[in-house]
Design a protein around this ligand. Structure first.
Ligand code: ADP
Ligand code: MG
Length: 586
């Protein structure tokens, strides 16, 4: 073996550059982000041969003082971050001080900049990591960076470059992404002598998006907004025809930063699932704003991955907002007329119906009649249909008044229309609420198993489960190690008689594995959700009269009975007007 030697600093930068600079598009992204951070009002990007030959980005931002130019291209030098504390409050697109150094390490690089208030510009060239002197130059206020022959001296990297057309597509995508959300900034993208994109700084959102997404699409976007403590959400979703098999038309922004978070994307899939062909994703721009201290963007050098402090809140909000917004959109109607539209509550909704918005309101805006009625027993007065907030009369023949369809949906007449329940969603919601109630008053009531269920696990899994045994015990699940390769389930929550212990252990393992960092409450919440679902009757399960009566009785006093634990509707209400429309009576 050779002796150990420290690496040459240039080689260090070239190696590190691999994490930031993957291809010309990464250079485009970093340079445009720098221009945005510098407060530019106009940004021009010029590419030759898809950026392989040359990338040039000019801006009219604050510029860099001559005496700092050398520092700007040094690794881990930045004007955007000082203390570790700042890292919890990142408000700029850059903060790692790596981009210019990385780019300059793997290209023929030149930066020309004139800072605000300086009489002359300064210029610095770096050839594959070796800087020249800083020279005085002339130029307007702002910065111009030129990057030529990317990876030319690094054959190992160069051979991963694709055809110019492919590299151009990637680079252009970054300009478009950034131009979508940075309103007030003008963008121009040129390839050779062709202008590919031109957005004036004062172009409003409509005009901006029309130029970037295409006018036809930009005019047909459905707008969705949601605002809750710690989160502002705005989404614009294209029609089903805009859907693609991949996420190429999906743009997710977090505090102005384009991100590629797999969990967010999954939430988007979930939120749009009912409105596009299976497995596809529509054109969509989702902008989230959260307080910077609630996210961590320092996950990866390319800064496109993030961690959320309240992931469940964000993910839940995305799913619900998209679903709710789209269910009110013109293309949500499936089947006949408006009949396919789905009534869904805001997550904060209670059983008290929202104030009526006038008779012309869409179905999802109108108040719901009431909760599931008690199953049987004589009651005196039937409330008038005009007072839907009063308790419902019991269905005439007790629970039998429900019509079961496809062993999944329970239909019945309610004042003003037709109510459809999803038996699984209802049971899941009941389970969740009842378990929560038990936790609030101490712990979930456990049911010891006469014969403990033994499940095979490996050493690592065993440790994972035992580390959380106390948290699980509060949920009525008692686990006990039976030697190195198996674990016994001694009790399960008393009300979840359908729970299969083996499946339960698999669920607990999965959750404990995913939520290693989670505190007991977050972990328990996740387990509760899972158990509520697993312990519920499924769509397709036959419910006999007794089981149905039990379900409806327990459903009668839910604090939240409009959506299941996953945010899917428990109940859909079709008004008489909806039915009339479906039959062309209106
Ligand atoms: P970061 O953006 O993470 O700080 P960079 O390597 O991209 O790191 O840039 C280093 C520094 O150079 C920045 O902090 C900024 O002060 C300065 N800089 C880079 N590009 C520009 C620009 N276009 N306009 C003004 N200053 C810039
Ligand atoms: Mg930067």
């Amino acid at each position: 073996m050779n002796p150990i030697r420290p690496l040459d600093p240039v080689l260090i930068d070239q190696i590190a550059a691999g994490e930031v600079v993957e291809r010309p598009a990464s250079v485009v992204k970093e340079l445009v982000e720098n221009a945005l951070d510098a407060g530019a009002e106009r940004i021009e990007v010029r590419l030759e041969e898809g950026g392989i030959r040359r990338i040039e980005v000019r801006d009219d931002g604050c510029g860099i003082p001559a005496d700092q130019l050398e520092l700007a291209v040094r690794s881990h030098a930045t004007s955007k971050l000082r203390t570790a504390e700042d890292l919890t409050q990142v408000a700029t697109l850059g903060f790692r001080g790596e981009a210019l150094a990385s780019i300059a390490a793997v290209s023929r690089f030149e930066i020309l900049s004139r800072a605000e208030g300086e009489s002359a510009a300064a210029r610095l060239e770096v050839r594959f990591g070796c800087p020249g002197p800083v020279r005085e130059a002339s130029g307007p206020r702002g910065t111009r960076v030129r990057v030529e022959d990317l990876f030319a001296e690094l054959p190992a990297r160069r051979k991963f470059l694709r055809r110019p057309a492919t590299e151009l597509a990637h680079g252009a995508a970054w300009v478009e992404r950034l131009a979508l959300v940075h309103r007030g900034v003008g963008f121009r993208l040129e390839h050779g002598d062709r202008v590919l994109l031109e957005v004036p700084p004062d172009a409003g959102r409509e005009e901006r998006w029309a130029r970037i997404l295409g006018r036809g699409l930009a005019e047909r976007l459905v707008e969705i907004r949601d605002r809750r403590p710690g989160l502002v959400l705005e989404a614009r979703v294209g029609p089903p025809e805009s859907a693609r098999r991949n996420a190429s038309r999906v743009h997710l922004f977090l505090n102005g930063r384009w991100v590629r978070d797999p969990r967010l994307l999954r939430a988007v899939r979930e939120g749009v699932r009912e409105f596009v062909p299976a497995g596809m994703l529509p054109a969509l721009v989702l902008e989230l704003a959260v307080p910077p201290e609630r996210i961590d963007v320092n996950v990866h050098p390319q800064k496109t991955e993030v961690r959320f402090r309240d992931e469940r809140l964000v993910i839940g909000a995305v799913i619900t907002a998209l679903r709710r917004g789209l269910s009110g959109s013109e293309w949500s109607a499936r089947g006949v007329g408006s009949i396919g539209r789905v009534e869904e509550a805001a997550p904060t909704a209670t059983r008290r119906p929202a104030p009526a918005t006038g008779s012309a309101g869409a179905p999802w805006e109108r108040p719901l009649p009431a909760a599931v009625g008690p199953p049987a027993g004589p009651t005196a007065d039937h409330p008038a249909p005009s007072q839907p907030e009063l308790p419902l009369p019991p269905p005439a023949g007790g629970p039998g008044a429900f019509l079961s369809v496809a062993r999944t949906f329970l239909l019945r007449e309610v004042p003003g229309g037709l109510e459809i329940l999803d038996q699984h969603a209802l049971h899941e919601r009941i389970n969740l609420e009842e378990l929560r109630r038990e936790i609030r008053s101490g712990a979930v009531v456990a049911q010891p198993l006469l014969v403990p269920a033994v499940v095979e696990v490996d050493r690592v899994e065993l440790d994972l489960l035992l580390a959380r045994a106390e948290d699980f015990r509060r949920l009525g699940v008692e686990l006990e190690a039976l030697g190195p390769g198996s674990i016994a389930v001694r009790s399960v929550p008393a009300r979840l008689t359908r729970l299969d212990p083996e499946g339960l252990v698999r669920d607990l393992l999965e959750i404990a594995g995913e939520q290693r960092e989670a505190g007991p409450e977050a972990l328990q919440e996740e387990v509760l959700h899972r158990m509520a679902c697993r312990g519920a009757v499924m769509a397709g399960d036959h419910l006999d009269a007794e089981a149905l009566a039990d379900l409806l009785r327990r459903g009668a006093d839910l604090p939240q009975d409009r959506t299941c634990a996953h945010g899917r509707p428990v109940r859909v209400f079709l008004s008489v007007a909806d039915l009339e429309r479906a039959f062309h009576r209106r």
